[in-house]
Design a protein around this ligand. Structure first.
Ligand SMILES: Nc1nc2c([nH]c(=O)n2[C@H]2C[C@H](O)[C@@H](COP(=O)(O)OP(=O)(O)OP(=O)(O)O)O2)c(=O)[nH]1
Length: 140
């Protein structure tokens, strides 16, 4: 099996120390993923670390700087979550430290969801177990 392409994503929380809300973003492309909700992020570019990629993607997509919290580890031995045959994602919690969350690229809607609202949007199927894990971090 070839190594999967590295993707990174942020479980952007309203407050890292007392999280109640998770940011969900609706994809605009490609067509087979459009309309599905995901965690902001994207592919790691050559020569970039995963965390550099995370900060870059959040600036590009949402126009924000963030403080990164803990990794939300997935079932793979390397902590990643399988997205598809080709892609696997590493996910970290994060909180906005600068700028306003805005729709700049790749998404056409954003929603801050409380624990009881996490199933109110159609997440991309691969994100469901990730969102479930993040949901366990959210308080009332
Ligand atoms: N960013 C992100 N991608 C996800 C999630 N769930 C999921 O299945 N994917 C898939 C969609 C894509 O096939 C792949 C990530 O690619 P991307 O399109 O977000 O990456 P990118 O911003 O670097 O895109 P590009 O520059 O190559 O167009 O992973 C998720 O929660 N976040």
């Amino acid at each position: 099996m070839p190594e999967p392409i590295a993707v990174v994503g942020a479980a952007l929380l309203d407050d890292l120390s007392r999280p109640r809300l998770l940011l969900a973003a609706r994809r605009t492309e490609p067509s087979h993923l459009a309309g599905g909700w995901e965690l902001p992020g994207g592919k790691v570019d050559p020569g970039e670390t995963e965390l550099e990629a995370l900060h870059r993607e959040l600036r590009e997509e949402l126009g924000v700087d963030v403080v990164v919290g803990e990794e939300v580890t997935g079932p793979r031995p390397d902590g990643r979550w399988v997205l598809s045959e080709r892609y696997a994602i590493r996910v970290w919690t994060a909180q906005v430290s600068g700028g306003q969350v805005s729709l700049l690229e790749d998404h056409d809607e954003l929603r801050w969801l409380a624990a009881g609202e996490l199933t109110s949007v159609p997440w991309l199927p691969a994100d469901l177990p990730i969102v479930e894990a993040v949901g366990r971090l959210l308080g009332p």
